[in-house]
Design a protein around this ligand. Sequence first.
Ligand SMILES: [Zn+2]
Ligand SMILES: [Zn+2]
Length: 317
Amino acid sequence: MLFCFSCVSVNTQMEMSLLTTTPTHSSVSSRLLRLSLFLLLSLPDSTGKAIWTAHLNITFQVGNRIISKLGESGVFGNHSPLERVSGAVALPDTWNQNACNPMTNFSRPEQAETWLALIERGGCTFTHKINVAAEKGANGVIIYNYPGTGNKVFPMSHQGTDNIVAVMIGNLKGLELLHLIQKGVSVTIIIEVGRMHMPWLSHCVMSLITFLAASIAYLFLYCAWRPRVPNSSTRRRRQIKADVKKAIAELQLRVLKEGDKELDPNEESCVICFDIYKPKDVVRILNCKHFFHEACIDPWLLAHRTCPMCKCDILKA
Ligand SMILES: [Zn+2]
Ligand SMILES: [Zn+2]
């Protein structure tokens, strides 16, 4: 739900790698190799830190009604103790809300035993503003993000703050609290430790899924575009067919004309089409001296290789 902006760009690049895959072996394998290297290089190191969300239980009074809201609306800072803390919310008592001035006082309710400083991000480091609030006795610090960032949050880095709880909340949530308090509403918050997130773990899972998808796509493409290497029996069949074609081409052709003895009605007709021979018919004469219409015998020989009358093999003859 939160953070992990780097994951988004990583995944986008992976998708691009898949989408731009082209259907040739060399390009597919080189792209797969590049993708694998990219994934290996983009794996996080062992120092990848877990992110802890913070539940904010917000209570305030409107008229006679006490309103309570609970939500997982923040994240603990990287250097914050993971502890439950509660108190009345106090604002910097200055014209701005960033608490960068070391003299900043907070408008804490007098009756409150514990209080939490609500501070706007910006103007100085997180460490600086957290320490300003800590020096004034705050029990915890809530920092809300820049204007225009909606509900986006991230784990702050604030090395050098003492043992004080610091959480970040979204700008919208921060302004909501700010406006309530500025209207004179007393707001109390209980910060509780929420859940742990491992952004780099989901990164690894995504990387693995993408890698598997790329491998499957590669195998699919390899099978689809694999060069068709004919096996030995296919090669032999092709060779025989070529030899038969060559043998047919070498057989004699003749155009029948008036007076040829083949045109005698008592002579045999073509045994393939059963038609009698006529002048101008083209006939193919086999080595066995049997002859047939060229249009009839050529397809027959291609299929059978032998004379339809005497079974003589044209390749052996
Ligand atoms: Zn015929
Ligand atoms: Zn024959």
